[in-house]
Every structure is written in structure tokens, then in C-alpha cells.
Ligand binder design. Sequence first.
Ligand SMILES: [Cu+2]
Length: 88
Amino acid sequence: MVTNGKRYRLLLNNNSGDEHPVHLHRHSFEITKIGDKPMSGVIKDTISMPRYSTAEIDFIANDPGPTFFHCHHQDHMDEGFAGLITYR
Ligand SMILES: [Cu+2]
């Protein structure tokens, strides 16, 4: 459950042989780790996930409503790489 105003960390694990440009609608996020390397200060709304890579991103839940979260490749979305984060 997501609460309005709180900060959340998403752990991204691309355990596939495809690259995925992962996009979060209506929010920006801070990239806090790529692989094993912590980082800060890079704000995006899309992160390209190379094959077999990991990353961590933080977003602040500051725009209530349904928020689409998906891979930008249409064929990946068609296969189900998409979800909805909803909070009030
Ligand atoms: Cu993809």
C-alpha cells in the first residue's frame, strides 16, 4: 500500500536478456543505486535497464491517483510488463 507523501524505493531486477526502458508516469524518481554502486542526485522518469542488471529508484508519492508503471517497448507491454500504482 502506498501512502500519499511518503518516499518509496523500487528494486529493479532485470533478469532477462532484453533491455527495458522502465517508465513511471506522473512522478520523477531518484536513482539511488545501479548495480552495487550507490548514487544520488540523478532525477529521471525513465531508466534504461540493460539485460541482467539491477538498480534501485526512489519516488515520492506526491501525485495521487492511478500511476502507470511500464516498459517503454510496446511488445514488452503487450506481453504484460506494466502495472498500476494507485494511492489517494
Ligand atoms: Cu522491456
